[in-house]
Design a protein around this ligand. Structure first.
Ligand SMILES: CC1=C(/C=C/C(C)=C/C=C/C(C)=C/C=O)C(C)(C)CCC1
Ligand SMILES: [Fe+2]
Length: 332
């Protein structure tokens, strides 16, 4: 389906005006995208079967203030470095989300070691972050320049070397090898552990996303992937941690589960817009066009993502997601 969508969009690709390509990304501010992190203050106690206390709220609040605030500062100090960090963190975070889904939802026995989980995370996160660099360098560079230029127009050229054909070729070869070796190692394990079906799901998703990001211009591709792939999967994860939403899901009452999620996420989604306003006011170059506004939105996402990754990593630890040997020994 993803590939068909890719070809369909490729067909119209040249004819979709740039302003329209931004629409899904803008919509994600309200639908699924920003809300997926707006329950961060609830998920850790829920995952431990503990009540939500002032202390637990203060912990997540402090995390956002300290880590988000510190990283916001880096955007002013060195926007090019902050942008590179944003790409790296997104790669790791989106990869970690997919490894969770594979391990917990498809019971992937081919991902039984820490090493193959780590390389699978790099593959999955690399699909949206690396392939557009190879396939659509102009749009990638344009978005990078918008974000960096909002802080320091003189720094927009700092990453130009990344977009040269030589570097892109090296990245393409390296990433291609990583995909091939990761899927190859997974297949050998899958055959040994009688788990070819989950491996087929993994490989099928990987190749579909590969084609999708190779075909669809990245502003549009990421604008759809972020809410509909990454965020939706994470929202499902948060629902499974919440007794009320989980029982609604087991009754096949998806609407009730989403209503519960919406209520949980609404206050901090609204709160996030205050942060967005603050970012818009604080950037030295006031945004005047759609791309500039989206640039500010992405910087805002970047600042919120770093503390969000800490929360999700703590959730992962709860599951021993990154130390699978311990998981099988404890028998859980
Ligand atoms: C839009 C876009 C880009 C970056 C998007 C990023 C980095 C989004 C991150 C979102 C996060 C971290 C969401 C939270 O989970 C690129 C790659 C520069 C290419 C051009 C289009
Ligand atoms: Fe996330």
């Amino acid at each position: 389906m993803t590939v068909t969508l890719g070809f369909a969009i490729r067909g119209f690709g040249g004819t979709i005006p740039l302003a329209y390509q931004y629409v899904p990304l803008l919509v994600s501010a309200l639908l699924l995208g920003v809300p997926h992190g707006a329950v961060d203050h609830l998920v850790l106690p829920r995952s431990r079967g503990k009540p939500i206390t002032r202390r637990s709220l203060a912990f997540v609040g402090g995390l956002y203030l300290l880590i988000g605030g510190g990283y916001a500062f880096v955007w002013f100090l060195s926007p090019a470095l902050a942008f590179a960090l944003f790409i790296l963190v997104t790669l790791l975070h989106w990869g970690q989300g997919d490894v969770y889904a594979l391990v917990e939802l498809t019971d992937a026995s081919h991902l039984s070691t820490r090493r193959i989980r780590a390389s699978t995370a790099l593959v999955r996160g690399g699909l949206p972050m690396v392939i557009p660099l190879v396939a659509f360098p102009e749009q990638y560079r344009f978005v990078a320049a918008t974000l960096i230029g909002a802080f320091d127009p003189r720094a927009v050229g700092a990453l130009d070397w990344v977009f040269t054909p030589e570097v892109r070729l090296a990245v393409a070869v390296g990433f291609g090898l990583l995909i091939a070796t990761t899927l190859g190692a997974g297949y050998r394990r899958a055959v040994r552990t009688d788990g070819v079906r989950p491996w087929l799901i993994d490989a099928g998703e990987t190749l579909s996303l590969f084609a999708y990001f190779g075909l669809v211009p990245p502003i549009l591709a990421i604008g759809l992937y972020f809410p509909l792939w990454h965020s939706l999967r994470h929202i499902l994860r948060t629902m499974l941690l919440d007794d009320v939403a989980a029982s609604a899901l087991s009754d096949r009452s998806t609407g009730r589960a989403f209503w519960r999620f919406t209520r949980d996420a609404a206050p901090l989604t609204a709160g996030a817009f205050i942060v967005l306003g603050a970012v818009a006011l604080a950037v030295p170059e006031t945004p005047t066009t759609v791309p500039d506004a989206v640039g500010v939105y992405l910087v805002f996402i970047a600042v919120l993502t770093l503390p969000h990754v800490v929360v999700v990593s703590l959730l992962d630890r709860q599951l021993d997601l990154w130390s699978p040997q311990r998981l099988s020994r404890s028998g859980t």
